[in-house]
Design a binder for this molecule. Sequence first.
Ligand code: AMP
Length: 129
Amino acid sequence: MKFIKNLIKEIKKMYDENNIFAKILRKEIPCDKIYEDEFSLFFNDINPKAKIHVLGIPKFPCSNFSEFLKNADNENISSFFRSVELVINKLNIEKNGYRLITNTGQNGGQEVPHFHIHILAGEKIGVLR
Ligand code: AMP
């Protein structure tokens, strides 16, 4: 237990508690919620790049995909990705298709340093470049 508490402390040291998604998770700022459970939260992107643009975030404090996979436990990881699928079903976008994106770091064009998945759908999403 002590080991886990220390590990969480170490992870939190690397994590910017003031990023906008951390504030949304603490309910300091609102979001247009689509789905929430113990491990994750899904909400509409404030500046949508497609007719449907939902962001999914784990509640676990992690800056990016690799940190989430390295530091969260298996239950948390599998629950998050199952929730992505649940939201895809809820949005009814499986048949016509969708795109999942996660941007990481400077080269990935990541703006918010809390791991998130973009779910883009509702129209044909263009080629990446
Ligand atoms: P990324 O560039 O992958 O870090 O994406 C960050 C995304 O967060 C962008 O698509 C923004 O439009 C979106 N975003 C920023 N602030 C908010 C907010 N308060 N509520 C919803 N989406 C937001």
